[in-house]
Every structure is written in structure tokens, then in C-alpha cells.
Design a protein around this ligand. Structure first.
Ligand code: NI
Length: 214
């Protein structure tokens, strides 16, 4: 099977699964990650087929939603049915397993260039205007308040907070994750693309505190 056919079949299937998501991990998020990953991958000279596959499926077994760290059955099943080889399925699953952000001190380094690229593209989605919008959409879904001056940002129990089990406010998430991402970018091209998105988040925070402290 031609690579274009493999990709278009998987695209259609992932789209039908993710179209109705309202937590910020929707189909348009996937499309932007694919697009930015291909831009970065091209500049970095990586394998664009693996990149596109991994970007398409990267949120299908997100631990934040399923509590499952292993990119297991769903992804293997979809890739296999569309004719992806076992070797390539292994590469994609390794990327997805390594990808999720689980707190400041729990970052597992990405082994392959393709993984670094897809992770960068996903991290860009947590920055800029899109990142801010997604952050509050997620908080709304989990019932986490926008801002609560009695709760300070902290790095304790990151996962508990993300899951909505531990009391926090979404604005704290900016300090716990968003503004750290700029320095976590893996590739020179990703770092370059993160710059203005990062600056925009910093400006947003300054304006936010100015307004709430008036
Ligand atoms: Ni994602």
C-alpha cells in the first residue's frame, strides 16, 4: 500500500474518533500537531512518514484521560489495520509512550529525532493563544477554577491536579507547565517556533495579574 493511502485511511479513522472532543484534544489539535510536526520534521531532516503517523495517533491513549501510560491496543490496532509494518508500529508506539508531560521532574527524554519533532509540535500547542484557549477549555471540562489566589503554583502532585483530583486553579498550570516549555523544546526549529508563542503567554500572564490585582 502506498504511504499516502495509509495516511489518509488513518486520518479518517482518527478524525471520526476525535471530532467530538471538547477538552482541547480535538481533531483540529491533531491537525495542527501534524502540520507543525511536518514543518519541523522537514527542517530537521527527519522521517516524515513516522512523524505523520505518530502525530495523528499521539492523543489516542492519553494517560490524562485513560490513566494508561502504554500506547497499546488502540494504536496498534489502527496502524496494523491500515497496513503499517510492525517495525513502524514499534517506532510510533515508542514515541507516543514517551510523549506525555507528567511534571517538571518526570520528563523521559525522547530517543528518536522523529519523537523529538512530534513532541515539539505537541508542546507548541500548549503555548501561544491556542495554548491559553486549550488550557482553560481543559480546566472547564475538569471543573478547575480559572484563578484562586489562595492556591499557589506548586510542583507537587502534578498528575493529581491535571486529573482534577487535587485542588488547583488553571492559572497555576501556566507556572507549572506552560512557561517552562520554551526551554524544553528538543529541536532548533521547534525552539524557534516556540519563541513568540512563549512571549505571548508571558504577556497574557502580566495582563491577567494586572487585572485581578487592580
Ligand atoms: Ni496532543
Amino acid at each position: 500500500m502506498r504511504k499516502e493511502e495509509v495516511i489518509s485511511g488513518i486520518r479518517a479513522e482518527v478524525k471520526s474518533i476525535m471530532e467530538k472532543d471538547s477538552s482541547g484534544h480535538d481533531w483540529l489539535h491533531i491537525e495542527r500537531v501534524v502540520r507543525n510536526a511536518l514543518i519541523i520534521g522537514e527542517r530537521e531532516g527527519a522521517d516524515l512518514f513516522i512523524i505523520e503517523l505518530a502525530a495523528l495517533v499521539h492523543d489516542l491513549t492519553d494517560w490524562k484521560f485513560h490513566g494508561d501510560f502504554a500506547a497499546g491496543d488502540t494504536i496498534r490496532d489502527i496502524l496494523g489495520r491500515h497496513g503499517v509494518s510492525e517495525i513502524d508500529i514499534g517506532k510510533v508506539c515508542e514515541i507516543v509512550n514517551t510523549m506525555s508531560f507528567k511534571g517538571k521532574d518526570q520528563v523521559v527524554p525522547m530517543k528518536t529525532l522523529e519523537g523529538k519533532v512530534v513532541q515539539d509540535a505537541d508542546r507548541l500547542e500548549a503555548l501561544g493563544a491556542v495554548g491559553i484557549a486549550r488550557c482553560f477549555a481543559y480546566g472547564g471540562k475538569k471543573g478547575i477554577p480559572i484563578y484562586d489566589p489562595s492556591i499557589e503554583p506548586s510542583f507537587d502532585d502534578y498528575i493529581g491536579k491535571i486529573k482534577g483530583n487535587v485542588k488547583t486553579a488553571m492559572i497555576n498550570h501556566f507556572h507549572e507547565k506552560l512557561i517552562l516549555l520554551k526551554d524544553m523544546m528538543n529541536t532548533p526549529s521547534g525552539r524557534e517556533m516556540a519563541k513568540d508563542r512563549h512571549d505571548f503567554v508571558v504577556t497574557f500572564l502580566e495582563q491577567f495579574y494586572k487585572e485581578v490585582n487592580q
